[in-house]
Design a protein around this ligand. Sequence first.
Ligand code: ADP
Ligand code: MG
Length: 632
Amino acid sequence: MTEAVRHEFHAETQKVLRILTHSLYTDREIFLRELISNASDALDKLRYHQASGTVPASFDASMPLEIRLSADKAARTLTVSDTGIGMTEEELVRNLGTIAHSGSEDFMQAVGDKPEASSIIGRFGIGFYSVFMVADRVEVLTRSFEEGSRALRWSSDGTGSYEIEEVEDCSWKRGTEIRAWLKEDASEFLEDFRLESIVRKHSAFVPFPVLLGDKRLNTTPALWREPRFSVTKEQYADFYKFLTGEETEPLDTLHLSVDVPTQFSALLFVPGTEQRNFGPYNDHWGLDLYVRRVMIRREDKNLLPDWLGFIKGVVDTEDLPLNISRETLQENRILRGISQALIKQLLGRFEKTAQDTPEEYEKFWNLHGKVFKLGYSDFLHRDRIVPLLRFNSSAFDAQTKLTSLDGYIERAKEGQKEIWYLAASGREGAVSSPYMETFLRKGIEVLYLYEPVDEFALESIGKYKDFTFKAVEHADSSVLDAFADKEAKTGGAEALQEDELSAFDSLVASMRTLLGDQVKDVRVSHRLTDSPACLVADDGVTSSMDRLMRVMQKDETIPKKIFEVNRDHPLLRNMLKMYRNDASDANLEDMVRQLFDMTLLLDGYMRDPHDLVQRMNRTLEKASALYAKNEK
Ligand code: ADP
Ligand code: MG
């Protein structure tokens, strides 16, 4: 026997190991699920090589493809062995010495807020290491199926390092055996009945026999190949949990079996939890692709577009060759055909849910809408996606209520030709926006868009049925004047006399001079009721969109807009009086600048608040002096 070689674990791996062994105490049983799933993966890979004819000449086809468990109470060891592809020395170091991605920061955070082993281990692809939750020493005996490979023993106590040595007189032909020396408090995993119940609970769908002695513990077949009527709701839910490692039920299940033009069966799930599977560390999306029950690719990303990336499931087809790794045109055509069929089926299901059970559809939207709505850019399917979009709007009093575009159109006013929208970061900002005043007064519904992508989507869609999407800040007063106010105005400002009107015009002219090239123009507003002033763009880009583009282009300048003032607002009326008393009053200048800065602030363009604050302090000081004097 050659010398054992000592290797240090990567720092990241050490951290994760420390957490696994010291922080996770609940659900420890899932370590077994992880070991069995690794064994099953190794068998899948082997079966794939076998089916596509890429095994070496010495390959022993008579060895059964199976997974065996055995417990030795005297030695306190539990063994999980498989006849899969095994590992070479290089693979051992890579696979059991490092962590696939550098997500240990995320990992530790997740442990921080929810120390439940099962959800965490599933999410971070650290299955193998979970054995250290129950073991204080682990040996991995493995031999790769490759020609001439030797047997190796990997061993570690799960702290700083591990050792690898060659095993010379090994009768094994191929496969892997994991032997775990169980901790004091983990004796339960030496009991057959306990092992059996864990396998039934977590590994029922493993596609290879899992044996304990002579007893096969898993019996459930490839569920997607079974006739629909014979599968129970519980079986579907169990399969979903097996597939995803989730503990919650799926929101919806689609079981398909198609013969023409391409034969395939599929079992698809709409998860009951939000999927955070798009990110720098997490690319876990896509469907598992089987050819004649042989797993070909996990998380295949050709079968569904990314806007359906939250869907989980498997697809199994007879029509592809097993060695599809060299992607030929023919194969691509078949995959594309399957993909189109899947998309159609899913959209059909969403449409039906939206129609028959709107509450269920809202649940779907709240969980997956963020991803699903990106489908607006898929021109092939846009026409079916747009009616499925949902929005909060001014027609409801809560942010949680949603409408479809059809719902909006049903409520639209006689003669209305636009679907109005306003981009805002939240409901409060939307409702209090000056642009909303006319719309609220007239009871014209406005869609509130809370995510930047919504505005891009509506702009790119352009029209729905006979209605054009339009931002409220681009509303033309002549268009809105056609609609009556909800209630007749009561009170309101007194009408101005002719001389006052012309004085107001010259006040506006002096504002124009004062603000100079900070604005395109200053105008009397027809859209405002409660606010004294607002900014309006005349170039068809909304301020939210403009802000976003400036961020992307790193443009720090402030755009020039039209400054609109509300002639009927008490503040402007007071300013008019001041102006008529003394047109060069310095206080008046402060007020104009202040008013302008506050509109910038509301529109999100304020960069340097110093001037604004100084002016505000000056104004408050004067106002308080006036109050104090009047009180006397
Ligand atoms: P994952 O299964 O998500 O890749 P694991 O930590 O469970 O992460 O396993 C790490 C890697 O170790 C696997 O990807 C595989 O390459 C290798 N491995 C683990 N167990 C076995 C086994 N029984 N046979 C062959 N390779 C294995
Ligand atoms: Mg694994």
